[in-house]
Structures are given as C-alpha cells and as structure tokens.
Design a protein around this ligand. Sequence first.
Ligand code: ES4
Ligand code: ZN
Length: 324
Amino acid sequence: MRDFLRRLPKAELHLHIEGSLEPELMFALAERNGVSLPHASVEEVRAAYDFSDLQSFLDLYYRGMSVLRTAEDFHDLAMDYFRRASAEGVVHVEMHFDPQAHLVRGIELPVVIEGLSLARRRARRELGMSTALIMAFLRDRPAEEAMAVMESAAPHWEMLDAVGLDSAEQGNPPAKFVAVFERARQLGIPRVAHAGEEGPPAYIREALELLDVCRIDHGVRCLEDPELVARLRDEGVVLTVCPLSNVRLRVVERLADHPLPQLLEAGLRLTLNSDDPAYFGGGMLANFEACAEAFGWSEEVFIQLAGTAIEAAFIDETRRLDLH
Ligand code: ES4
Ligand code: ZN
C-alpha cells in the first residue's frame, strides 16, 4: 500500500505554506536573519508541538514564521516543501499564504509574492510540479484590513488562483468577510474558505451562501446538519479534509474516530490534504498512509480521492488531462 500511495499522483489543495516550515529550516533562517527563537534545539521545537486546539497551534505557527523576512526566505520555504512533496508523489500544490501575518511584522506583500513566485517557477522547471496560489485573509483580524490587503494586491491579482479565509474560526463567521469576497468575485478571482473545522455547520452554509466559495476547507462538522450534507452532495462542493491536522488539533480524538468514512458514505466529494505538515506530523503521504491504516480503504478509494483533487484543482484543462 505504501508504494501504491507514493506512486499515486496526488494534488494537494489545502496547504498553508507557512505551516510547511520545518524546525531545521526555522533554525537556519533564524541564524541567517539574526532572529532569536525561544527554543534551544530542533528537538525542543518539535516537543512543543503538543496542541490542545486550533488557537494553541496558531500561537506557535505565527511565532515560527517570524524567521521569514526576505524574498529568499519565502523562496527557500516553498522550495523546501515542493521538493519534499514531489518525493512523496505530489504533482500539484495549491498553497495558502497569509499576507497579514507578514504585514504586521513589517514584511510587505511584494516580498512574499516575489519569493513564492520564484519557487513556483523552479518547481515547474525542476520538479515538473504545477502550483497555485491562494491569498488567505486572517478571519480574527478586521474585515477592513482584509479589504486593504485585497486592494494592495492589485499588481498581483492576475497570479492569484483564489482567495481564502483562515485562522481562528470560532466567533469569526464568514459573514464578516462578505465585502472582500464580493470584491474578489467582481475581479473574477475564485473563492475558498475554512469552515466547519472548529466552527459550526452554520459557518459552512454562510461560506457557500455569502462568500460564494467553490470549495470548503475542512468542513468536517457538516455531518451535524443532514440538510447541509444533502446540499453539499447535490451541489458537488469539494471538502479539503486534513486528517492528521484534525487529530493534532483535537477536532477528533483519534483518526479511527474521524468522520471521513461517513462523509464518503454520504456521497460527498472529498480530498486528503496536509494543512500544516511541519506542525501536524507529516505531509501528503503520511496523511494517505494514516487513512489506509485507520480505515482499511482499498486502492480504489484512494484513486477516487486523488482524482477528486485533480478535478477540483485550479489548473487549466490541458494540465488536468495530464494529471488524470
Ligand atoms: C490553519 Cl488548521 C488551520 N485552521 C485555520 N487556519 C489555519 N492557518 C494555518 N493552519
Ligand atoms: Zn487550513
């Protein structure tokens, strides 16, 4: 099964590139940039990744990215991840990035975009890997700030494959971001949003109705609302599920308790993703393998899940045919 899962061409639709920062690179960049870290060693950093919920993770995630300062840092971050993903049989990566998390530290958007763009070109050339860029808004910050980021991104609108919505979900409903998502819609930029990870099914409905998203990131709590499940199925909405993330952030206690089998049984379109691979114990292959172990799925199930990701990816039809 391991060899099959490695060879299976996989598209990753839910990845935060800042969450791919491995402790080794964190230390190297801290040294390069003269940034001090509260931990003495790589092992100590890894030991600190014991989360009780989404917020306890976000605290370390924002602290970890303090080492990212230059375009070269963002290039090294993304390229490091693309190489690892490629070795796991990942052929396409859609990466969220968080402009506001960098702006608050004085790192301007063009610096981030320049570094990520350089890495994307190299991934294409050196790894044959396609990539997409999703500019995410931090939902625990003001909607006006998100709108300002949207407007300041005007020179880069053309290279955005989508906008997204992430960070602390509870108390920050999709409704808060109606205006900025409407602006993206006007500009012809597709939309995705995290919903139903820690937040209630009502947030998934809002994301569909008010933000007009084409995919829901996570969405696992939809099962609490059977009418919503029927709607997701009838409309063919894709959920980007992140199994190891859900375990590490205690959305579920153990992977064996994860609702993936029920979601599949309900006829929903699902994909498997890594979310923040450096923080949650592994990348795409680890997520696929953990599901094989927990659910005993056949090869056909994985072929279906990987196929759904290729169907739902932000790629042109020529590339899609190549990947299928
Ligand atoms: C995230 Cl797992 C998760 N949920 C919401 N926002 C995030 N940003 C990075 N990882
Ligand atoms: Zn996420």
